[in-house]
Design a protein around this ligand. Sequence first.
Ligand code: HEC
Length: 148
Amino acid sequence: MNLTTVITAGILMMAALMLLDRAGSFRPPAEPLATAKPAPAPTVAARGKALPKALPPDVKHQDTLDTMPAGKGQEETFYLCAACHGTAIVKAQGMTRERWDATFQFMVDRHGMADQDKADRDLIVDYLAEHFPPRRRGRGQDNPFLKN
Ligand code: HEC
């Protein structure tokens, strides 16, 4: 076997290997195509957004449940809203349901309040709208001859 034969054989073997590799036989199988499925939305419980049943221990006010008027949703509203501030700031307001709902959303967006699922949110917003409706603007409100 002379040198030329060895070199020729070497080149042929390399060519054969390259051809084989083109067929992918030496490469690891390609990654399976990513299935573009979005992760399922976390459930309310997984986000830790269940309604609180007590005030956080470091709360900075003395308000108790009975500082909110009794009624359906009282407890839920108290423990959610009084986690950050006293109830006076809530009771000082008188708003339509729509405005209360916007306030709820504002607490979520601006102050980091945990959002709630629809049923709990409705319960609380209904409670707020029922007990703290828009206040009458004093005399003249019922008088058709006086414009407000
Ligand atoms: C995560 C904390 C947090 C929670 C929970 C929270 N709030 Fe607030 N809220 C704030 C902060 C902060 C302010 C700013 C006023 C302040 O300094 O206390 C505020 C202010 C307010 C104000 C006064 C807004 C104004 O313009 O004067 C109202 C009304 C109010 N909150 C209602 C609520 C209601 C109703 C809930 C329950 C559904 C609630 N908040 C829950 C943090 C919170």
